[in-house]
Ligand binder design. Structure first.
Ligand code: GLU
Length: 496
């Protein structure tokens, strides 16, 4: 049987560097064995999924050089590859599980579930559904479903014993069934949850090897049950180590740039990024650090996958990127610079901002330095001349960051409306409010129009500039972050 792997991002936000990391390993694994690599879009969360996010993710993965053999945009014989187009399949499989007793309809109202969780937490038990609706008479529950009563479908999980499975990187693993919740497989809106949809799809799409983030390890018992109940064989699983900060915590957008578009905008080369991501979970047999994805594919041996928490270290990526840049032919280097930013498309976006402000062409460069390049490194003194003191600057920038994380539309007018209404809610005059944002975004108080600048830079770049401005202002400890989060919530900002 031919090897088939997949990456299955949920289109619920900006393309994440972790998706490229997982995609890389699935890509290399399939290619090293002459198999296929598939892109599946897991958009069963109706509220949070968007086609804009799907497009951004596919574009970013393409930029990263991780092309797929089958997927929503290229087709393939196992399609459709977007879960929202496969709902009838999940429904049919859920019905089958209910009919065979592997799952059951659950009618419990929210209040009962909340009460159950409160009791379990008070008794220091693992929160877990107690099986109440599993004990209903099957005929009665069928009637209630047929009469249209609101319900979910839950997986029936044993009360005792242990689930055994093996992870190809970690070996045999046992998890007591008592720790496994009776997972919801179909939500009350009729949409499947990830667990049902992913297992059904992995089976129907003929996926033979699943390489995914370590955070999914604890879902294995549920998945194993679903495979077993359908009588399907379990693909081989490899849970890759999570990307971590130096202190061992999982990389998060508040601490590290996690958006793939940040890496693209800053000017990391896709091949250097792939090399770097490869080092996060694997090593070459000769331990050399610089290698192409083709070399990795030729030498790939899954026994060399590691479990250790790799530290996501941007200084190392800088070094690696420099190695790639310096070893390039000049022509190639020029082509890359043009691909990166010095091109017509970027000029077209900048021209309307600068043309009317330019007397001599040379005046152009100091105007756009912070848009094409990095902005100046900041320290607290940069905020000293402003009317708000350092504490208020920090509060303002923190709240702007929170507001922008919830901001979908990223154009000048939408950004302006969002930020101005935040200034009103915080009751700070707009001019004073915008000054620290100017410094954070442009590195100075006099620059091209702020909201145009932010629109041009994009979400990932703005987020990373806000983060470094917060650091310059003394940083945000965990405790402070909690307080700021509360303060922000108290403002009751309308984020629509
Ligand atoms: N949709 C899941 C995610 O976003 C996929 C997990 C898996 O690979 O099974 O990470």
């Amino acid at each position: 049987m031919s090897v088939r792997t997949r990456v299955a991002p949920s289109p619920t936000g900006d393309p994440h560097v972790g998706t490229a990391y997982v995609a890389l390993f699935n890509h290399v694994f399939a290619r090293s064995r002459g198999g296929q690599f598939i892109l599946r879009i897991e958009d069963t969360d109706q509220q949070r999924s968007s086609s804009a996010s799907e497009t951004a993710i596919t574009e970013a993965l393409r930029w990263a050089g991780l092309d797929w053999d089958e997927g929503p945009d290229v087709g393939g014989e196992f399609g459709p590859y977007r879960q929202s187009e496969r709902l009838a399949l999940y429904r049919r499989h859920a019905d089958e599980l209910v009919a065979s007793g592997g799952a059951f309809p659950c009618f419990c109202p929210r209040e009962r579930l909340d009460e159950l969780r409160r009791r379990q937490q008070a008794n220091r038990e693992t929160p877990r559904y107690d099986g109440h609706c599993r004990n209903l008479d099957p005929a009665e529950s069928r009637d209630r479903v047929v009469s249209g009563e609101t319900h979910v479908v839950r997986l029936d999980v044993p009360e005792t014993g242990v689930c055994q499975f093996s992870d190809e990187i970690r070996g045999a693993i046992e998890i007591p069934w008592q720790q496994v919740d009776m997972q919801i497989l179909v939500k009350s809106d009729g949409f499947p949850t990830y667990h049902l949809a992913a297992v059904v799809d992995d089976h129907l799409m003929g996926i033979t090897h699943i390489l995914r983030g370590e955070e999914w390890l604890s879902s294995m018992p549920k998945h194993r049950l679903i495979y077993d109940r359908f009588g399907w064989s379990l693909p081989s699983h490899y849970h890759l180590p999570l990307l971590r900060n130096a202190d061992g915590s999982k990389v998060s957008k508040r601490r590290n740039p996690t958006g793939l578009n940040y890496y693209r905008r800053i000017g990391y080369l896709p091949e250097a990024l792939r090399n770097y991501l490869a080092l996060m979970g694997w090593s070459m047999p000769d331990e050399r650090e610089i290698f192409s994805t083709e070399e990795m594919t030729a030498a790939f041996d899954s026994d060399r996958l590691t479990t250790g928490g790799p530290v996501f270290d941007l200084a190392k990526l800088d070094w690696l990127n420099g190695q790639y840049i310096r070893s390039m032919a000049t022509d190639e280097f020029m082509r890359r610079v043009a691909d990166w930013a010095i091109n017509r498309e970027n000029l077209a976006a900048l021209a309307p901002l600068v043309q009317q402000r330019t007397e001599r062409l040379v005046d152009l460069l100091p105007q756009v330095d912070y848009l094409l390049g990095d902005r100046a490194t900041l320290d607290e003194d940069d905020f000293a001349p402003l009317r708000l003191d350092a504490d208020d600057c920090l509060r303002v920038l923190d709240h702007i960051g929170r507001r922008l994380d919830a901001q979908d539309a990223w154009d000048r007018d939408a950004l302006q409306a969002a930020i101005r209404s935040l200034a009103d809610a915080m009751d700070i005059p707009t001019r004073d409010f915008l000054a620290p944002l100017f410094v954070a975004v442009a590195g100075r108080t006099v620059a091209l129009p702020l909201f145009d600048s932010m629109a041009y830079l994009g979400r990932d770049m703005v987020r990373s500039r806000l983060a470094s401005a917060l650091t310059a202002l003394g940083g945000v400890s965990k405790k402070k972050a909690k307080r700021l989060e509360r303060d922000y919530a108290d403002l009751q900002i309308d984020e629509t």
